[in-house]
Design a protein around this ligand. Structure first.
Ligand code: PEP
Length: 261
């Protein structure tokens, strides 16, 4: 799976053309799920541009309530017909909007109710990694966001929850984690889901890596069997980068389907 997070880039006037170019440049033989997450105001343009393709549309956030006095916010039910995926708990929202794990857990409930497939982001800060606390931080985030779902894991798995491990120090910095680090964190995330008695089992949950992924380094992550794809920020606005990343994902998907990776 390769998901594109366009962040606060593009306008309704240019987003459709970019999405169509990326869709055309990322057609591959392997079974790769492709998702483009533009800003809210570009969702309709991107949906229309991708109609007839198998590239899905995602939102970058939802509110933790379905409706109410929340000026400037967008709720999950409002996205009906516009998006089928949603990114939850991105570190830029934790940083800029003060989102907490508790709120992200409530957003997850809203996504499930609206049948939006969630991409739940977790990841440690640089100081947390340097002080040897990265694993504890990420496990705590998984517990806090998904723990409320103990016993409902099958519903989440049926909906197709995806977790993105995104070390905060690697996002938009050009400094990526290693494939081995990302794989270790994916193992920890799945073990934490098992510990929560996530009923479908942690193994059923795809884990993506995100943080300065490019066409040049994507292969290092996809070579790890524990990693199921990438959440791509900056490079996702560049069709040639997306072409390279998805081509890599396609080769990996084919190899895994043939039992040779
Ligand atoms: C992201 O926005 O989720 C991300 C990983 O950004 P970048 O690829 O630019 O680091």
């Amino acid at each position: 799976m390769v998901a594109a997070n366009w962040k606060m880039h593009t306008t309704p006037a240019d987003a459709g053309a970019l999405a169509a170019t990326i869709a055309a440049r990322t057609r591959v033989d392997g079974p790769v799920i492709r998702v483009i997450c533009p800003p809210f105001v570009c969702l309709a343009a991107v949906r229309d541009a991708l109609a007839g393709s198998d590239v899905a549309v995602g939102a970058q956030n939802i509110h933790h309530e379905p409706l109410g006095a929340y000026t400037g916010e967008v709720s999950a039910p409002m996205l009906a017909g516009l998006a089928t995926w949603v990114i939850l708990g991105h570190s830029e929202r934790r940083r800029d909007a003060g989102e907490t794990d508790e709120q992200i857990g409530r957003k997850l409930r809203q996504a499930v109710a609206a049948k939006l497939r969630p991409i739940v982001c977790v990841g440690e800060q640089l100081a947390e990694r340097e002080s040897g606390r990265a694993a504890d931080i990420v496990a705590d985030q998984v517990r806090a966001i998904i723990g409320g779902y103990a016993g409902e894991g099958e519903a989440l798995a049926r909906l197709g929850i995806v977790i993105a491990y995104e070390p905060v120090w690697a996002i938009g910095t050009g400094r990526n984690a290693t494939g081995a680090d990302a794989a270790a964190m994916a193992g920890l995330i799945r073990a934490t889901l098992d510990e929560l008695e996530f009923t479908a089992g942690g193994a059923a949950v795809p884990v993506l890596y995100g943080g300065s992924v490019t066409a040049a380094n994507a292969g290092e992550f996809f070579a790890e069997p524990a990693i199921d794809g990438a959440l791509v920020g900056g490079a996702s606005l560049k069709p040639e980068e997306m072409a390279g990343i998805v081509a890599r994902a396609g080769l990996t998907a084919q190899a895994r389907a043939n039992g040779i990776a």
